[in-house]
Ligand binder design. Structure first.
Ligand code: AMP
Length: 418
């Protein structure tokens, strides 16, 4: 039996890898403009980091982590998200001793053991940002605006930005009490997960997928009704920022997001046309997280966007992807005797940053042309004895079919200009 890839994991190649490159380039340009620095953390961490940094009433920690013992008997987990790792770096490397805020972005694979379906995988990729050190609501606005700018630059439309405030350690306990009081008579009807949440973090019951829990929670008091003055004022500040920059949003009092340590601002971006998994990105403020993992009392905010879902959306909205490919040249030889000249020619083109290649399969001249067409070469240069002698080479444009004899210098100038 042949060996197949594990369930829920994807091989990314051919046209798709070119789309990934394009999206990655958009991310890097965007991050330069906003002045965020890339951070690369290990894809595995001590399990405890996620227990404390993501929270044990979340689905991620409760049932989706890839956890194993390594050969030293340490409990290791493949990272299910990026925030906890960035928070760890911030504490471990004393980044808080530098001028703040610290602004980071990351891109890379995450791992969650959930039931695979369209838009939901066991290995998937996120682009995320984390900013540590400021409680300014204008920063929340910047982070949300940055996520929306990413979609705009890609040409994605029809997004809905949902925002909410989930309160802080001052007002959340009041809401928890009100919520528990409301839920108490129907506690036994809640699903086992929500019965657990009832004790630890009842707010997260709003997030439950079970129909019964949703029915029960429907008329429950929302956190919005219980926000303290500080949280209310902060939320007003976030909304003002969004209005200033004409970023449309919807208020969603029941949106509470997955992490346990979210405080104040929470947001989610949803899109139609990609099936049941319609959340394309989301994030929020986590003012208690750094302290929770053993650092100083320093606030933070961030988001993560699922790149597979970005690709699905680009396809469903038929967004033409601007090509980042430079011309690809194939050097076709009329005679195998000319292989050394062909090798030299390709080397010169590459030196000038023009992507170029040569046949290595012993194909006849005609077959070389066919192959060039197949791999999407934009130009073919023919090399024969006469061409080498006269130092003039026919350059064929594979799109238009036009062919013109040129010196190598003028070929390089033409292709560099494209
Ligand atoms: P979260 O870290 O759960 O807040 O998710 C942030 C974003 O990551 C979501 O909006 C999705 O776009 C994406 N995402 C989360 N889980 C998965 C998954 N299992 N497969 C693909 N994308 C995912």
């Amino acid at each position: 039996m042949t060996i197949k890839r594990p369930k829920g994991a994807n091989d990314i190649m051919s046209d798709t890898i070119r789309q990934w490159h394009y999206i990655e380039e958009v991310v890097r340009n965007l991050m330069l403009v906003y002045n965020y620095e890339e951070i690369r953390t290990p894809i595995f961490e001590h399990t405890e980091l996620f227990l404390r940094g993501v929270g044990d009433t979340t689905d991620i920690v409760d049932k989706e982590m890839y956890t194993f013992l390594d050969k030293g008997n340490r409990s290791i987990t493949l990272r299910p998200e990026g925030t906890a790792s960035v928070a760890r770096v911030f504490v471990e490397h004393h980044i808080y001793a530098n001028p703040l805020p610290a602004k980071y972005y990351y891109m890379g694979p995450m791992f969650r053991y959930s039931r695979p379906q369209a838009g939901r995988y066991r290995q998937f990729h996120q682009f995320g940002v984390e900013v540590l050190g400021s409680v300014d609501p204008n920063l929340d606005g910047e982070v949300i605006g940055l996520a929306m700018d990413f979609f705009k630059r890609l040409g994605i439309e029809d997004l809905t930005l949902l925002i909410n405030s989930v309160g802080c350690p001052k007002c959340r306990p009041l809401h928890n009490e009100a919520l528990k009081k409301y839920l108490e008579p129907r506690f036994k009807e809640l699903c086992p997960t929500c019965q657990n949440r009832y004790e630890k973090n009842p707010l997260r019951i709003f997030d439950c997928k079970s129909e019964t829990c949703q029915k029960i929670i429907k008329g429950a008091p929302t956190i919005t009704e219980c926000l303290c003055e500080e949280c209310k004022e902060h939320f007003e500040g976030v909304k003002s920022y969004l209005e200033l920059l004409y970023i449309p949003y919807e208020l969603d009092e029941k949106m509470v997001r997955g992490l346990d340590y979210y405080t104040k601002t929470a947001f989610e971006i949803v899109v139609g046309g990609i099936g049941a998994q319609s959340s394309i990105g989301g994030g929020g403020r986590y003012d208690g997280l750094i302290q929770e993992i053993g650092g100083p009392d320093i606030p933070g905010i961030g988001f993560a966007i699922g790149l597979e879902r970005v690709l699905l959306t680009l396809a469903s909205q038929n967004v033409p992807l601007k090509s980042i490919l430079k011309p690809k040249v194939f050097v076709a030889l009329l005679d195998t005797e000319l292989i050394p000249q062909g090798i030299e020619l390709v080397a010169i083109l590459r030196e000038n940053n023009i992507p170029a290649s040569l046949d290595v399969m012993g194909r006849k001249f005609k077959a070389q042309f066919k192959y060039a067409n197949k791999i999407g070469a934009t130009h073919v240069i023919t090399v024969g004895e006469d061409e080498v002698r006269d130092a003039l080479y026919p350059l064929k444009n594979m799109d238009t079919g036009e062919e013109e004899k040129q010196t190598l210098l003028s070929i390089i100038e033409e292709l560099k200009g494209e």
